[in-house]
Design a protein around this ligand. Structure first.
Ligand SMILES: [Zn+2]
Ligand SMILES: [Zn+2]
Length: 350
């Protein structure tokens, strides 16, 4: 593959100012004029993972893991960026005076934290991450750094995610109790759907799992990348009677529209970290909320910040204030980054 993040002629070396990060607050890597997860098209973009609030189409050149590139091409088309350069986890790439290395973020297939090294300064941008075991994503690796840019989707002490397997067992009990009904689980098509399916398999559910059309391509992509999901069938090909006692996976938006009328007396479930907010589940008419999150919870966020050894922390992508306050209490220099694009969040159902 053609290298697009080629080193350019090295600029004259200036004395390093260690107090000033070489990353700007809009996640522009200054010495190489590349942006991390830019919300608008850029000449050079480093993409942490395939979710729509991080991976956009229209960049000149994209540097990402092979899995993330595959996901972007499936979602946005082969030519969604001018050029792609794949970089495997743990392989340092020298770009001018900056070394870029990806480490697994444990969030979805191909998700990466970005380590940037420049004149002895180490900066890690986590992207979205979680540390809980999940066989559909490469397991999170801790990376030590001076400046940590962390997400904070669930950055409040009330967010303490339960064991996802316990949530799945709750669902399977409900299925056993109502063999005449179908269970439809609303979940985001990239990452959450595959994780829910894998959890169901690991909890012993061997029957075919039925998919809404929006889920099919990405489940196939996960399987092509070695994630075994068992027998999956398009829900459209099953009769209403056949779906009694069965499990159907659909986007959250679909479970309330006409599509779900084809299901026999469906039990509406939604798998999301937000399902711990009772009011949110109630408002959505969710009968069976399943608290399954692909993000670090409050304890994981704090643990990660401490373990990276970072003295400076920038908090973004969610509930910044509580985490900033926590960091300052620990004697760290901490600030919120208000990157507008993240607020739009297509990923409400994560
Ligand atoms: Zn994400
Ligand atoms: Zn995100």
């Amino acid at each position: 593959m053609m290298r697009i993040f080629e080193p350019r002629v090295a600029a004259a070396v200036k004395l390093a100012d260690m107090s000033k990060p070489f990353l700007a607050r809009d996640l522009r890597v200054d010495p190489i004029a590349a942006y991390i997860d830019p919300p608008v098209p850029r000449e050079r973009a480093i993409i942490t993972h395939g979710h729509a609030d991080h991976a956009r189409s229209g960049h000149g050149a994209v540097l990402a893991t092979p899995d993330t590139i595959a996901i972007m091409k499936v979602r946005y088309g082969e030519d969604c960026a001018g050029r792609f350069q794949a970089l495997d986890y743990g392989e340092p790439l020298q770009v001018d005076e900056v070394t870029v290395t990806f480490f697994p973020a444990g969030h979805i297939l191909g998700s990466a934290q970005v380590l940037l090294e420049h004149r002895g300064q180490r900066i890690v941008v986590t992207g979205d991450y979680k540390r809980l075991k999940d066989r559909t994503a490469q397991p999170f690796e801790l990376v030590r750094c001076d400046l940590l840019v962390t997400e904070a989707t669930f950055g409040l002490p009330v967010f303490q995610h339960p064991d996802p397997r316990a949530e799945m067992r709750r669902l399977l009990r409900s299925v056993a109790d109502s063999p005449q009904r179908s269970h439809v689980i609303g979940c985001y098509a990239l990452g959450k759907a595959q994780r829910v399916i894998a959890l169901l398999r690991d909890c012993g559910w061997t029957a075919p799992i039925y998919l809404h059309g929006a889920m099919i391509r990405l489940c196939a992509l996960y399987e092509e990348h070695g994630v075994d999901l068992g027998v999956l069938k398009p829900s459209l090909e099953a009769t209403k009677a056949e779906l009694a006692g069965q499990i159907v996976i659909a986007p959250p938006s679909a479970i309330k529209d006409r599509w779900s009328r084809r299901l026999p007396d469906p039990v509406l479930a939604v798998a999301s970290g937000w399902m711990s907010v009772k009011q949110r589940a109630r408002q959505g008419g969710v009968e069976l909320p399943l608290v399954i999150s692909d993000h670090a919870d409050w304890n994981e966020l704090r643990q990660t910040i401490a373990e990276t050894g970072a003295e400076r922390v920038w908090v973004t992508h969610g509930r910044e204030d509580a985490l900033v306050y926590h960091c300052r209490q620990q004697g760290l220099e901490a600030e919120p980054l208000n990157i507008a694009a993240y607020d739009e969040g297509e990923e409400d159902a994560e």
